[in-house]
Write a protein that binds this ligand. Sequence first.
Ligand code: ZN
Length: 320
Amino acid sequence: MAETDAEQEARQAKRKRIRRIKLLIFVVPLFSITILLGLCIFLGIRLHMVKKELRDMRAAIEATTVIDQTDSADNTNDADTDTEPALYTVSEVDEFKQTGNAEEAVSEEDSSVRKVYLTFDDGPSSNTNRILDILADYDVKATFFVVGKEEEEYQALYNRIVEEGHTLAMHSYSHKYNEIYQSVESFSTDLSKLQEFLYDTTGVWCRYCRFPGGSSNTVSRVDMHELIDYLEDQDMSYFDWNISSGDAASAYISSADIIRNCTVNLRDYDEAIILMHDASNKNSTVEALPGLIETIQAMEDTKILPITDDTERIHHISND
Ligand SMILES: [Zn+2]
């Protein structure tokens, strides 16, 4: 009998163990899955918040950088402070004067007028004509910091930019950071190639540049001051920006956000250089343009102008 009791106890104990194990087999994975799910949701929300914070911080940094009036804005290496047009058609500087583009600039008596410069990097692109159409509709001149694209389809775009009185300026031929920022030589080779290509294509000898990533970029292997020296030696100027549209900050930004980014701090500046992009995937930039131009034009004592020698050099970094 004693044996039977013992056996019974053993059986019960075994059953209990089995129940416990079954319970564990069911509960542990369920618990783990719940925890993992919760973690995923939490991380997802956190990631979203961090991204938003990052965007806000970037916008704030860009805005603050601009306030540094010593250098004005970011990466655009613009020309001098004279009244000359931004571009030189080797023999036809006068033509610009009669077309009233670039040198329509602003005379000294207009010093109380806020000057806003719309600038487009990275073109030409499949969106260039749309941008030019809108600028023409509003009779507004802008500045295009272009790259080198030799395909037939782009030739007309470089020329249209010039013919319609906008400032043609240089960004870089290849826009490949690992090539252009390898050395002063690689930078100068790239820029000369672009300068000559633009001259052959349009007859304009460009002197205004914007460093890819701006003069404050952190990817260059060369000290940016050396590249700035090089530009000065070549009688070229660079222009950064003090307002960023934010159209390069993320894969998609709404046109409403672009307009807001461009205008929210605009009143803080006497001269504002706005960074935008002319690229095939930047449709919202194009869509933002009419509203942006109308908003700026509705501001008192404010003019939209192309970059010229009169434009304040907005620099993120300079050798001054
Ligand atoms: Zn660029």
